[in-house]
Design a protein. Structure first.
Length: 434
């Protein structure tokens, strides 16, 4: 039986009535004060202790503990950000996750695949704004074989040799492996040879299979499969990020299980550069409508972020999710464990489809950082400092709204698609019509 709306709301959110520092940590055998002292002294928490902190510690205490860890890791009071562009190369997807408002079914009139030339133009615009990277992710399109990705990556590198490709989440890599019948390690090897520089942490949602079944994303990638793709990528020498989307059908315990799985893999490989958490955006989604879900509060976000900093003691960097929380909560995140403001983004399609449309260009990100008492510095995906804000070095066009994949009404089909065999009936018909 699916969970009820009341159960979902109770399981996925922290009640403000739990803001009680004196309450004993029954399941861990330690009080919140004892756990807090251990964290302040540099100790590692276990799952039971993390749960007690999340449920019982005052929000101010969680922030204080998380900020203390951030200060130990980053004493220089520098907050970083990256100028890149989030390009979704296709919205056609066979995964059909019920939390996603972005995907379209194969054959949909609203479906698209970006052409190579479209993507090259987006890169040129990104470079003009001081960007150095493309965050490239998309739907699980059955009509794009591995050769399409290889040719795109080679084309990008031929035209923009220094530009970085932060591309293809673990479920996308797994999808490419399945439809091409090529093992994951070989897929990664081929993509690296074509120009892949790093892998983003999308598709993690909650790394618990009970939750993934409810989100209809288990067949896209089980929790073990997501972890295994990341392990293979890191073994191949790639650095990757990790994410968590919370505030839907998961319990508090399952949020913590997710964090523990990431921590264990980081202990093993050291391959993650950063962690990003954000709240589920319920508008226009099947999941939100089915269970009458509302978005988790800003307080819940700050508590979840702070707990992530405490649990993920082997992650150097935590990003603030201003894209889902807005600029001011993003700014406040710097007091709850975040040391990075993430991406200027330039373009965004997935979160926008669920109703969130926050936009901050480099000027606004830098002012938010400086108003909070920090120094803002540009970085790359490896968190190497690149320099001061671009807009203080040269004139850069202001960006007052995020770009989209395509203008409304653009249904053009890229000419190069005819060079690749299709698997779906709709894809084959489209090739014949070209």
């Amino acid at each position: 039986m699916p969970p009820t709306s009341a159960w979902l709301r109770g399981a996925a959110r922290c009640s403000s009535s739990k803001d009680d520092a004196a309450a004993p940590a029954h399941s861990s055998g330690m009080t919140v004060d004892q756990i807090a002292r251990n964290v302040a002294d540099g100790g590692r928490v276990n799952a039971a202790e993390a749960l007690e902190l999340y449920r019982r510690a005052p929000t101010a205490l969680l922030g204080q503990l998380a900020d203390g860890i951030r200060v130990r890791k980053h004493p220089e009071r520098v907050v970083t950000y990256i100028i890149d562009r989030n390009v979704n190369y296709t919205n056609l997807c066979v995964a059909r996750c019920n939390f996603c408002a972005f995907y379209r079914t194969v054959g949909s009139s609203d479906g698209y695949v970006l052409g190579f030339e479209e993507i090259y133009r987006k890169i040129e615009e990104t470079i003009e704004l001081g960007g150095n990277q493309l965050l490239l992710q998309g739907g699980h399109n059955p009509d794009l074989p591995i050769q399409w990705y290889e040719d795109l990556f080679r084309g990008v590198k031929a035209r923009f040799p220094e530009f970085k490709l932060h591309a293809l989440s673990p479920p996308e890599v797994l999808h490419i492996s399945r439809i091409n019948k090529v093992p994951v390690p070989q897929v990664i090897e081929r993509l690296i040879a074509a120009g892949l520089d790093s892998i983003p942490g999308g598709g993690a949602e909650i790394l618990v299979d009970r939750v993934r079944h409810l989100l209809n994303c288990y067949t896209k990638a089980s929790a073990d499969e997501w972890i295994d793709v990341m392990r293979e990528a890191q073994r191949a020498g790639l650095r990757t990020t990790a994410t968590m989307m919370y505030g839907h059908v998961e319990t508090d315990e399952e949020r913590i299980e997710h964090l523990m799985r990431l921590r264990r893999l980081q202990d093993e490989t050291g391959g993650f550069t950063a962690f990003i958490t954000w709240s589920f955006q319920p508008s226009h989604t099947e999941l939100g409508a089915a269970y009458d879900l509302s978005e988790a509060t800003g307080i819940d976000y700050l508590r979840t972020l702070a707990l992530s900093r405490i649990v993920l003691d082997n992650f150097d960097n935590l990003q603030a999710s201003w894209v889902t929380q807005g600029g001011k909560v993003g700014q406040l995140s710097l007091a709850f464990g975040a040391n990075d403001m993430g991406s200027v983004m330039i373009e965004e399609n997935v979160v926008r489809a669920a109703g969130a449309s926050y936009c901050m260009d480099e000027v606004e990100i830098v002012l938010n950082v400086e108003d909070a008492g920090y120094t803002a510095k540009r970085r790359n995906m490896h968190y190497e400092i690149l320099g001061d804000p671009i807009f203080r070095e040269r004139e850069v066009p202001r960006m007052l709204s995020l770009a989209t994949a395509r203008l409304d009404g653009d249904t053009s089909v890229p000419d190069e698609l005819r060079n690749y065999p299709a698997r779906s009936r709709a894809g084959k018909a489209l090739r014949l019509a070209q």
